[in-house]
Ligand binder design. Structure first.
Ligand SMILES: *Cc1c(COP(=O)(O)O)cnc(C)c1O
Length: 426
């Protein structure tokens, strides 16, 4: 389903009314957001589902405290990476045995990039986009330095990706939603184009999974990675996921051949034998407490099924982001901020980005906005970024957020030295 442009909401009362008629609003009650906060940063760190602390506490007190080492079997800890993978598979159009939860997105990218290059031994190019997320570029650089077999990382502009595909490209590595502008690639179209020249594709779904409909199966995608702590709400540092299409399972060789990716970890054999399927992407002992939080958080998506699932969430996100754009343009005329996110909802993720003519002002404005209870983030050099998690945001939230933004711009409340100081995390 492609979301269509949502009807105009002319005042706050109409927003309230539309919120009350929205079946998805029940899901917001599942999250513990502090009062007085409008949270527009669920694309960086998803909010806390109410039932998660109790689950984590139980895992600590009962499973760890009482069960002790028996809990690897009795509480099913050892299967958690596959179980969480199967839950995420439903959100990205994959089969249960094609996804596993392990490590971080960066590390999974390293494993899959290495595995993909090995599947195309005669080709020497990793093609990517110049503006790809830094960790993706850095990981590719580090891997190529290590392989040292004359591979090249070729970076090109978003609009030149299709033209740059040729029979030298071993792997096309792309992030579906641009973290700066929010622009969304057509995953199926680009995957098909890469396959036509014999290249494999690795998709980074960091800002896609749990945000809108993704169908890796339909697109016949090869590989994907993504974060557990963004739209999936798994908590800070939640482990990441990796997807490998069944067709690639047998030939998959990844370099971090730790014992839990072995076919029989508890046989303690001297030589490595990969586990079947995505299981071989495991390396060391999984972070059980983080996995507990992630698994519990994913249950909210099961509840969302009753309200139309990801299709409904995607349509709501389109409505929220449309509303933000409309209100921004109506209220923040001479603001020195420019919309850099596509106006067509099907061409963007659940994100709106505003570039500031004066980057220092942009940074200070975001700090003042956060102080006023509207939490977004800042991405260097000049971007105010807002994420719209449809599970817990309402139209009124969006209305009020833009009112606050407009007030700060009008009163120049951002123009205060305390908002200029750069924090370690922006
Ligand atoms: C957030 C994000 C990451 C994060 O990677 P980690 O290894 O979890 O730090 C990777 N890629 C993209 C595109 C991201 O947006």
């Amino acid at each position: 389903m492609t979301p269509t442009h949502s009807p105009r909401l002319l005042d706050r009362a109409q927003c309230l009314e539309a919120d009350q008629g929205d079946p998805l609003r029940e899901l917001a009650a599942r999250f513990a957001l502090p009062s007085g906060v409008i949270y527009l940063d669920g694309n960086s760190l998803g909010a806390l589902p109410r039932h998660v602390p109790e689950r984590v506490e139980r895992a600590v007190r009962e499973q760890w405290g009482t069960g002790l080492i028996r809990s690897w079997n009795d509480a099913g800890w050892i299967d958690a990476p596959r179980r969480a993978g199967a839950s995420i598979a439903r959100l990205i159009g994959a089969r249960a045995d094609e996804v596993i939860v392990a490590d971080s997105t960066s590390i999974n990218l390293y494993k899959l990039l290495s595995a993909a290059l090995a599947l195309r031994p005669d080709r020497r190019v990793i093609l990517t986009e110049s503006g790809n997320f830094p960790t993706d570029l850095y990981i590719a650089q580090g891997l190529l330095e290590q392989i040292d077999r004359g591979h090249r990382l070729v970076r090109t502009g978003r609009d030149r990706i299709l033209k740059a595909l040729d029979d030298q490209v071993a792997v096309l590595m792309l992030t579906q939603v641009d973290y700066r502008t929010g622009e969304r690639f057509d995953l199926a179209e680009i995957t098909a184009a890469a396959h036509r020249v014999g290249a494999l594709v690795i998709w980074d779904l960091a800002h896609s999974a749990g945000a809108f409909q993704v169908d890796l199966g339909l697109a016949q995608a090869d590989f994907a990675v993504g974060c557990g702590y963004k739209y999936l709400n798994g908590g800070p540092g939640a482990p990441a996921f990796a997807f490998v299409a069944r067709d690639h399972h047998d030939g998959l060789r990844q370099p971090l051949t730790g014992w839990l990716g072995h076919a029989a970890p508890f046989a303690f054999e001297p030589d490595y034998q990969p586990a079947s399927g995505v299981g071989r992407l495991l390396c060391g002992t999984p972070p059980v407490l983080s996995l507990t939080a992630l698994e519990a958080a994913l249950e909210v998506f099961d509840d969302a099924e009753a309200f139309g699932g990801l299709a409904a969430l995607e349509a709501k996100a389109a409505c929220l982001t449309d509303l933000f754009i409309e209100r921004f343009e109506a209220c923040c005329g001479e603001s020195g901020l420019r919309l850099i996110t596509p106006r067509d909802a099907s061409k963007r993720g659940n994100q709106i980005s505003l570039a500031a003519d004066d980057p220092a002002q942009g940074y200070a404005l975001m700090q003042a906005l956060i102080d006023a209870g509207v939490i977004g983030d800042f991405r260097a050099p000049d971007i105010l970024r807002f994420g719209f998690a449809p599970l817990y945001l309402s139209r009124v939230d969006v209305w009020d957020a833009v009112e606050t933004l407009a007030r700060l711009i009008e009163t120049r409340a951002w123009d205060d030295p305390r908002w200029q100081r750069r924090k370690a995390v922006t």
